[in-house]
Design a protein around this ligand. Structure first.
Ligand code: MN
Length: 256
């Protein structure tokens, strides 16, 4: 009996130790992601990234309400799917945290979410020109990048922010199974299975929009086919570490 107790005690301490190390690593990666997204021009003073909690159901990590480029590990908070922040110091997070909570709720395949106002994407949310994959780095855009129209849920006098569960749900509904959704007159949201994947997607959504705007000046555009989009997306997923290492080094050199 005594031996069993020792074994159980050891097992518990190892489990707790391992878990806290895992969470520490996730939070550190989330901090780096915040800095990368700022340094690469996806977010500015606004915008945010979140990651699903690896072990607690219906929880995710997101920074407190602040500019992403300045986020440190101490600024990361735990939020639940109702949008409630669990913080002993009662700090608050972004009013648009419902973008994250409702997408995590709706999409079990999604572990990380980026919301930004990256500028080149905005024109494709307010015109008849749809954002489509123009090169092999942005095949993840697929055939469709849906556009969220907040007026359908919030009427014609809203401030365009996703500041409630109801609006978060309707945005998640528009996103459907896509990787990116545009938000008319506001910005966009990108989702991924990991922090590295969603950072890649957010950066190349902006890059694709820039290229598409440039190409439109020259003539009609030959977009990737649906098959090419699928194949190039799978190819890019194999190589996420390479650009991440570069973006991380650049961002930390500048911001630390
Ligand atoms: Mn916003």
């Amino acid at each position: 009996m005594a031996l069993l107790e020792v074994i159980i005690e050891d097992f518990d301490s190892i489990t707790i130790e391992t878990m806290s190390q895992e969470i520490k690593a996730i939070i550190d990666e989330l901090v780096v992601a915040n800095k990368i997204l700022y340094n690469e021009g996806v977010v500015d003073g606004f915008g945010h990234i979140s990651v699903r909690h690896p072990s607690k159901e219906n929880r995710f990590f997101i920074a407190k309400s602040m500019a992403p480029g300045l986020v440190t590990a101490q600024d990361i908070l735990e939020c639940d799917f109702e949008g409630v922040i669990h913080d002993p110091a009662n700090r608050t997070s972004y009013v648009e945290r419902f973008i994250h909570s409702e997408i995590f709720r709706a999409r079990s395949d999604v572990n990380a979410v980026v919301h930004s106002h990256s500028p080149s994407v905005i024109p494709f949310g307010v015109t008849s020109q749809r954002l489509r994959p123009i090169c092999h780095m942005s095949g993840f855009l697929g055939a469709q990048t849906p556009i969220y129209e907040i007026r359908h849920t919030a009427g014609e006098t809203s401030d365009l922010l996703i500041n409630s569960q109801k609006l978060g749900k309707s945005l998640a509904n528009t996103l459907g199974s896509a990787t990116v959704a545009l938000m008319r007159g506001h910005g966009s949201v990108a989702v991924g299975t990991s922090i590295k994947q969603v950072v890649y997607r957010a950066i190349y959504t902006e890059a694709n929009a820039k290229l598409q705007l440039e190409s439109m000046k020259i003539g009609s555009i030959e977009f990737l086919t649906e098959g090419e989009a699928l194949a190039t997306s799978a190819m890019a997923d194999i190589h996420l570490e390479r650009p991440w290492a570069l973006w991380k080094e650049k961002a930390l050199a500048k911001l630390n």
